[in-house]
Write a protein of this length. Structure first.
Length: 275
């Protein structure tokens, strides 16, 4: 996770949707030094964990006309957005920055649904954000100032790394690579386990080996200063077992062309859903 702090945040932060992802962000903000007294959570069905935070200063579902927000983070499911966003108008002021992490909801949709001239950031996190190990790609609209982008970056960094783009059209490819990417990694673990069982290992042992190998290799990749190709080569002895497997995986019909087709398909589908 990026090393940043929210200790100097003195305004009011409104979290719209305190479910799994919203709750993970709330925990991350607190680790970054944000006091619960500075946060309002709007959640129709707060979990026991969120309700307990009310005893530590978190304001849960107050009257919206009593709130002047410095920042609003929208973490509701995209299908409820048409109903959930318009009531936020009273909390959005001239200097409020709005950060949305709703999948598939474009800046155009947000600008149409939220108050006119609002400063809006669209972010695309991925599943590991739920444990603080995610990556989010964000794009601002033209109303976002430098200071507001800095604040948005800090808020998004609560769940992992943050990257910025200027062209929202790239969000479809981002969705295909990092948004959907965890599913590809989980599939790798599944396939590796099945292949191990087909090679004669007991199925439960093959599953444990595959799970530990994928998880451990991912952690090594995260910690290492080396790029994936260098790490791959460090495992591969000429003429050895790894090289024999890589001859298949890196062949003409191997992993690269398959993933290119998969990412292209996911990108196309993302464009269709964004319309």
């Amino acid at each position: 996770m990026e090393q940043t702090s929210l200790q100097d945040f003195t305004g009011t932060l409104v979290l719209v949707g305190a479910g799994k992802m919203g709750g993970a962000m709330l925990e991350g903000w607190h680790r970054m030094g944000l006091a619960f007294d500075n946060v309002v959570a709007l959640e129709p069905q707060p979990s026991p964990e969120i309700a307990t935070l009310g005893e530590r200063g978190l304001r849960i579902n107050p009257e919206l006309h009593t709130i002047a927000a410095a920042a609003v983070v929208i973490a509701v499911k995209p299908q409820v957005a048409p109903d959930a966003l318009p009531p936020l108008a009273p909390v959005v002021g001239a200097n409020t920055v709005i950060v949305s992490i709703m999948a598939g909801r474009t800046l155009a949709f947000l600008q149409k649904t939220l108050p006119a001239n609002a400063a809006i950031v669209r972010g695309m996190p991925n599943m590991p954000a739920a444990i603080g190990r995610g990556i989010t790609v964000a794009v601002p609209n033209a109303r976002v100032t430098g200071a507001q982008q800095t604040l948005a970056h800090k808020l998004l960094a609560a769940t992992g790394a943050v990257e910025w783009i200027k062209d929202e059209a790239l969000m479809d490819a981002v969705t295909a690579v990092s948004g959907s990417g965890p599913a590809y990694v989980f599939l790798l673990a599944e396939s590796l386990a099945r292949a191990g069982a087909a090679a004669g290992l007991p199925a439960d042992l093959a599953a444990r080996l595959a799970r530990a190998t994928v998880a451990g290799s991912g952690e090594l990749l995260a910690r290492s200063p080396h790029d994936p190709a260098t790490l791959r080569k460090s495992v591969t002895s000429p003429g050895g077992t790894t090289a024999a497997a890589l001859d298949i995986l890196m062949g003409e019909d191997g992993l690269d062309p398959i993933l290119e087709k998969a990412i292209a398909s996911a990108t196309k589908r993302s464009r269709e859903l964004d319309r």
